[in-house]
Every structure is written in structure tokens, then in C-alpha cells.
Design a binder for this molecule. Structure first.
Ligand code: ZN
Length: 255
């Protein structure tokens, strides 16, 4: 019974945080403060009624159109809200009985999702969403003994260094500074082993999607890929299954 209440709470929190995330993405892009001002329509700037600001449900009963100007509401809104609910339930399930780890994974998932959405939509990694959580999580995880300081430092070195190296080799053509800072965040969140796994997953994911889009002629050959989106995805996969995958791989090597 306690478990069910926990999952319901996680789902509701995920929906709420997803809604908050959508608002933050839009406010960052349009230069509004996240602290000041009420939620407003992204098209005509009418202040939203509380009823029109309920995650997923509002989108459904408004049939995807704003109540004020009938402009289409982006699918990003309900999708991000639902995805966050699923991820939060997943985290609550993974860390059931461990409130600290559950809370930390909630925070991590929020920032990963922010990078995922922002880079996908605008082709940019907003630095504050990587450097600030990286600094905070380094301190918190180290203090609580969740990951060893050395593990996080090595992770940051591998994650950040991997992209720094590419930046130097390509003279800034392949990647930007945003990727380096995202690599740094991955390293601190995951520790060095899971960071390597996350990078691997990101590249495999990027390659699959890239080949698919090329085959469908949706993109040109030299189109840039929003790599922060793939790093966020790889980081999320590694957060949930990183240790299990590494263990499986190690056993495979020993046989
Ligand atoms: Zn409107």
C-alpha cells in the first residue's frame, strides 16, 4: 500500500515538474524570469487560468488549442509531462525505500530532461542547466557518500575531456562548449564507469537516429545533430541501467 502511494506521488510530482520544465524552457528562450510573473499563453501572452494549466489534462480537454487565441499548443507540453511522470515512477521503483537516492535521481532527471528538450528544440545547451547542477551534485553526492570524490572527478575528467579533445582536434567544428559542460555533468552524476557507458549509448543512439533521418531524407548530410539531446538520453539510460550493464559486461568478459 505504501508502495502504491509512493508511485502515485512520484507520478504527480513528475507531471508537475514536467509542466514547470516546459514553462522554464519557454521562459529561458523568450527571456522571461522563471520566478516572476504568472504562466501565460506562449502565443498571445494572456495569463492562463489555473484550470488551463493542469498537466496533460488541460491539453486534452482544450484539444491541443489555447483557450485564449485557439493557437495550437505544442505536443512538447503533454509529452514532456508524461515522460517526467514515467521517469519519476521509474526512479521511485528503482530506489524504493531510499528517499535520498530517489530525491537525487528526481533532480538529475529534471536537468537531463531540460537539456534533452532545449537542445532538441533550439539546438543549444543552456550552460546554467549543466554547470549549476554539476557543482551542486558534486558537493551533495560527495558529502552523502553516494559516489566517491575520486569517482566523480575521474568521471568529469572523462566526460568533459572527451569533448574537449574533440573540440581541440576539430578546432571547434564538431562540437561546442556546451557538450563539454554536459560531459562534465554526466561524469559527476554517474561516476567514471557509467559515464563511459552513457557516452557509448549516446553515440549509438545518435548514429541510429542519424542514419534513419538520412535514409528518410529528412536531413541533409552535413546537418548538425543536437548532441546534448542524445547525451541526456544516454545519461538517463546509464542512471537506471548503468551498473547492471557494466556488471553484465564484466561477467561476459570473465567467461
Ligand atoms: Zn493565447
Amino acid at each position: 500500500m505504501i508502495d502504491i502511494i509512493t508511485y502515485i506521488f512520484a507520478a504527480l510530482l513528475g507531471l508537475g515538474m514536467g509542466s514547470f520544465l516546459n514553462a522554464w524552457v519557454w521562459r529561458t528562450r523568450s527571456g522571461h524570469s522563471i520566478i516572476k510573473g504568472r504562466s501565460m499563453c506562449t502565443s498571445c501572452k494572456t495569463v492562463l487560468r489555473a484550470l488551463d494549466n493542469i498537466p496533460v489534462i488541460s491539453f486534452l480537454y482544450l484539444k491541443g488549442k489555447a483557450f485564449c487565441c485557439r493557437k495550437k499548443i505544442s505536443w512538447q507540453y503533454p509529452l514532456v509531462e508524461l515522460a517526467m511522470a514515467v521517469l519519476y515512477v521509474g526512479a521511485a521503483y528503482t530506489y524504493i525505500g531510499d528517499a535520498t537516492m530517489t530525491a537525487i535521481s528526481f533532480i538529475v532527471l529534471f536537468f537531463f530532461m531540460f537539456v534533452f528538450v532545449y537542445d532538441l528544440r533550439y539546438g543549444e545547451i543552456w550552460d546554467k542547466m549543466t554547470t549549476v547542477p554539476a557543482a551542486i551534485l558534486f558537493f551533495v553526492q560527495g558529502q552523502l557518500g553516494i559516489l566517491a570524490w575520486q569517482d566523480m572527478a575521474l568521471g568529469a575528467l572523462i566526460g568533459g575531456g572527451f569533448f574537449l579533445l574533440q573540440l581541440i582536434v576539430s578546432r571547434g567544428k564538431w562540437i561546442g562548449g556546451g557538450d563539454i559542460r554536459m560531459g562534465l555533468l554526466l561524469g559527476i552524476v554517474l561516476g567514471w564507469q557509467r559515464t563511459i557507458f552513457a557516452l557509448l549509448i549516446s553515440y549509438v543512439g545518435g548514429a541510429i537516429v542519424g542514419v534513419y533521418l538520412l535514409a528518410r531524407k529528412k536531413v541533409k548530410k552535413h546537418a548538425t545533430i543536437p548532441f546534448g539531446t542524445f547525451l541526456a538520453m544516454g545519461g538517463t539510460v546509464a542512471l537506471f541501467w548503468g551498473y547492471a550493464m557494466i556488471e553484465w559486461y564484466m561477467r561476459l568478459l570473465h567467461i
